[in-house]
Design a protein. Structure first.
Length: 476
């Protein structure tokens, strides 16, 4: 019997070049039809819901920790540490995820404050995983490009079950140790800019030092309590992260530019949805990553007729996953049949809010359309010859016009969102100041050019001469 050859899932091997040659790298993806105004409504962020969820999570974490401490060495400490570990090493995962996208809170610093803490709780270097997740959304389950393909072929059902024991945390901590010594691994170096490597090293040193400090404390005091409360929960609480995470992509197709084949949505009860922050609507999240987690159920209602039928519960999901993994263990080429509807109105790019081609007039200006045709918060794509621009309405009397292609991901900014005066890229949630063009949120680093906009007789016009800072659109 011929042994099965395991594909190379590294980001530096032959699979990387094959993905690029096949047009699978940084490609355009299936986009369901949705009303642009409704999408902008769903993209709205607030602080209220995220604040409630974070405060409740912290309260439960602290409460279970106190319960575990007070009941230590009694039978009650077993359920107490199980709950504490699940909240620490499991529920921190969607918190890391949503703060990393910058969509949980409307206020940026709140996302940025919680993100590194939740990352460290999972043995994840904040910078490494920020860039890793950018790549995951760019090339979802593309072999040789996606660093987050956890369930690789041919799968081993027995080894998959071992993930529930926390075994997956040890390679992650080992990676932190290597990075702490300045040894950036090849996969990480492939997707993290060299300018960020020093930050990777120092973040890793801090996390390793904290965990090492807890371990030393345990040895000196000759008690396991410090490591049971710090670092240890990442291991014994990982089961909850795996419980949810395995439902995302396991057993589904690789190398396909349609999230409906590589990602699944599973209906879950309210408790699970709180712990998982609605990431059970995972197809919807991958297609529209700029929609914050509280709005994902509403987004699902808008586009569910264009997606594969969601699985009704986690029991059904697990039955499908392990049946598929068992078949793929015998035949790695086996593909699960997914009932995906034909959507004639779908596109192959991010949602567009009105693609039109404009030309310059005899006076050298371009008519951008009626001012009142745009609502506040709307983005509009403007194509003039070979150049693409994005027009924004910041307020009833203020408009802004800038380069329309993201300097990082090379996607149309008009397909993104306008958040607090910033243009957010639809692919990785990077942001530009809509008035100055300045890059204000990673992964974007290079600014876009801005252009003056004037209101003339109810119309918006521009001569497309670069100017920074951006001028407001006043009446003429």
């Amino acid at each position: 019997m011929t042994a099965t050859v395991r594909p190379d899932y590294s980001l530096t091997g032959e699979a990387k070049q094959r993905a690029i040659d096949a047009g699978l790298a940084n490609a355009e993806w299936f986009q369901p039809a949705i009303d642009p105004a409704r999408l902008r409504e769903l993209q709205t962020r607030t602080n209220a819901r995220a604040s409630f969820d974070v405060v409740l999570w912290i309260a439960l974490l602290v409460g279970s920790g106190v319960w575990a401490y007070l009941s230590v060495w009694s039978w009650w400490s077993i359920p107490a540490f199980l709950v504490y570990g699940a909240l620490y090493g499991g529920a921190a995962d969607p918190r890391w995820h949503e703060m990393g996208h910058g969509t949980a809170f409307r206020t940026r610093w709140l996302n940025d404050a919680i993100y590194p803490i939740a990352s460290a709780m999972l043995f994840r270097g904040p910078t490494v995983w920020r860039w890793s997740h950018y790549r995951h959304h760019t090339d979802t389950i593309i072999v040789g490009r996606d660093a987050e393909i956890s369930f690789q072929r041919p799968p081993n059902v027995g080894k998959t079950l071992l993930f529930f024991t926390g075994k997956g945390t040890f390679p992650m901590f080992a990676r932190l140790v290597r990075h702490a010594f300045g040894r950036i691994d090849p996969d990480a170096a492939e997707f993290i800019p060299a300018s960020e490597h020093r930050k990777v090293v120092w973040e890793s040193r801090i996390i390793v030092a904290v965990v090492a400090g807890a371990a030393v404390w345990s040895l000196v005091a000759w008690t396991p309590l410090p490591i049971l409360f710090i670092g240890g929960p990442t291991v014994y609480g990982q089961w909850l992260m795996v419980f949810f995470g395995i439902t995302q992509h396991a057993g589904l197709r690789e190398n396909v530019l349609d999230h409906r084949y590589s990602t699944r949505t599973v209906y879950m009860n309210p408790v699970f949805r709180f712990l998982y922050l609605n990431m059970n609507y995972h197809v919807e999240h991958h297609i529209f990553p700029s929609v914050p987690y509280p709005a994902l159920p509403k987004l699902h209602d808008e586009i569910k007729s264009q997606l594969a039928p969601p699985l009704p519960n986690t029991v059904t999901a697990y039955r499908q996953i392990f049946t598929t993994l068992a078949r793929q263990q015998r035949d790695p080429s086996y593909e699960l049949e997914v009932a995906v509807p034909d959507v004639p109105s779908a596109s192959r790019h991010r949602i567009d809010v009105g693609e039109t081609n404009w030309v310059k007039g005899s006076d050298g200006t371009v008519d951008l359309g009626a001012a009142d045709a745009m609502s506040v918060g709307e983005l509009r794509r403007v194509d003039v010859g070979d150049q693409t621009y994005v027009l924004c309405r910041l307020s009833p009397d203020e408009f802004a016009l800038g380069d329309g292609i993201c300097t990082h991901a090379k996607v149309h900014l008009a397909d993104g969102a306008l958040v607090d005066g910033q243009i957010e890229c639809p692919k990785h949630n990077g942001r530009f100041d809509a008035r100055t063009g300045e890059a204000v949120r990673k992964p974007v680093k290079e600014a876009i050019c801005m252009y003056p906009v004037r209101r003339v007789g109810g119309r918006l016009v521009s001569d497309l001469t670069p100017s920074r800072p951006q001028q407001s659109a006043g009446s003429v």
